[in-house]
Design a binder for this molecule. Structure first.
Ligand code: ZN
Length: 249
């Protein structure tokens, strides 16, 4: 169920019948010269809608938390940053609200933005201490790697082939196809200090990703994005079932 489709009367009948919350979280951030700065919002929203289509009444899909922690790329035009501790507390309070009012048992934080990870992990730990089992899912890592390896082998990251494809699948207006960079901008070598997002220096992002993208966006397509979205959503639904059964592997 989408929260926006539920009236108060309907909620009174549904409370206690749905055990799982899907809460998308994003941010506003530069994604190369070609993608909307709302990339990290529209991608998890689209996937959450797909999850709802597949799982129907078994999940409650909440409206997205659109503002996130964008420390590394905050100086690029169009980016917007909320301090991590504020995001963390806000997300925790949102989870707590659903836990108390809807009596949900499980929450999936469907995250669209890597910079949110630390804040969301803290929120998840606090929610778990209330009794709400919480899983943080980044669509570019963990269980999603299986889907990514199939659709976009050598997955490349921020504003690259995979992400640009996902954004494109959300609507043509979100990608300016006429200016998709033709040049690849590959990740720094994995053994270099530049490869780590754990460098906290205001010059880091512009030195390592000068045009706010990494990878090969010229290989992107809306079709690849559709597959990533649909197969990713299927994977989340399977994962929810496994977690309900107490299986984490
Ligand atoms: Zn992104």
């Amino acid at each position: 169920m989408l929260v926006e489709d539920i009236t108060s009367d309907k909620a009174s009948k549904l409370i206690g019948t749905i055990d799982t919350l899907i809460l998308p979280v994003g941010t506003v951030e530069a994604h190369g010269p070609h993608c909307s700065v709302a990339a990290d919002i529209i991608v998890p929203v689209k996937m959450a809608q797909e999850i709802e289509k597949l799982a129907g009444d078994r999940v409650l899909v909440a409206p997205i938390i659109p503002y996130g922690h964008t420390w590394h790329l905050k100086d690029f035009p169009g980016s917007h940053d909320i301090p991590g501790e504020i995001l963390s507390e806000y997300v925790f309070q949102v989870l707590k609200g659903f836990y108390l009012s809807w009596k949900i048992k499980y929450a999936i934080l469907l995250n669209g933005h890597g910079g949110n990870d630390h804040a969301l992990a803290l929120a998840g730990e606090k929610a778990a201490s209330l009794g709400l089992k919480t899983i943080l899912l980044d669509w570019w890592s963990g269980p999603f790697m299986e889907v990514l390896n199939k659709v976009v082998p050598d997955f490349d990251g921020h504003g690259g082939e995979g992400e640009t494809s996902l954004v494109w699948n959300c609507g043509e207006k979100y990608v300016d196809a006429s200016i998709i960079p033709k040049e690849d901008h590959l990740r720094p070598k994995s053994d270099s200090i530049a490869a780590s997002s754990n460098v906290f220096d205001s010059g880091y992002a512009k030195a390592v990703i000068p045009r706010a993208y990494i990878g090969r966006p010229s290989r992107a397509s809306a079709e690849k994005g559709k597959r990533l979205n649909e197969e990713g959503a299927r994977l989340v639904v399977e994962l929810v079932d496994r977690v309900r059964a107490g299986k984490f592997s």
